[in-house]
Design a protein around this ligand. Sequence first.
Ligand code: ADP
Ligand code: MG
Length: 246
Amino acid sequence: MNTREEQPSSEAGALISARGLRKSYGRTEALRGASLDLHEGEILAVTGTSGSGKSTLLHCLSGIVRPDEGVVTYGGEQLGLLSEARLSEFRRHDFGVVFQFGQLIPELTALDNVALPLLLAGIRRGPANERAGEWLERFGVRGQADLRPGEMSGGQSQRVALARALVTGPKAVFADEPTGALDTLAGEQVMTALVHTAKEAGTAVLLITHDAQIAAYADREVALRDGVVHSGSADTVGREAARHEG
Ligand code: ADP
Ligand code: MG
């Protein structure tokens, strides 16, 4: 038996590994020892009720927030040991992030929103626009290229936000309830487009959702409960917990 309080080491072949993450906001413990592996090219759903720490986990994994304790490893490097400059380089080149409400820049057209990460990466306007147009096409919103976010539906905006997250060819995309503000049909269309394009590009996706139907699009599902990751769906974990408590 293992008597020592040791975190298991990161799994071989994992693209991103988190071990023993703890993060508190004042007296609220958002993460209480969360561990997780995201494999190359895999779509992993993280489910859990509101307040269970899902967004905090995503922010720690994507290097937006530094955990109080624990380690996040990406490509053999510990994110916590990187300089701010190196970390933002990883975020720009290797990661894409999508939030619940997309967070497109309201003054820019759909095309310019998607081209922006390419321009920031030093790609010239012509080729950047061309590639942005291709990604709008992949998500079925090329016809909306010249519209601003205020002129598009929620589903169209989310497709544009996903195109923007994937356009640089990241190794991993972190999506925080990307269909949370959409109706069922729009949510399913966005998920179909995301799964299709991520698989085609070999991009790993960490998909946060509290919707079992959305989680069903993933290759694998884990559940976050009170800041700790459990394998299996939220339902299974809930039943397990009820059995132990009851
Ligand atoms: P989820 O995304 O699953 O709803 P969060 O990770 O957003 O959960 O939040 C987990 C807990 O941490 C909640 O109790 C939330 O109120 C708290 N929390 C998250 N972010 C902050 C913050 N920036 N300041 C204070 N409390 C926070
Ligand atoms: Mg959240």
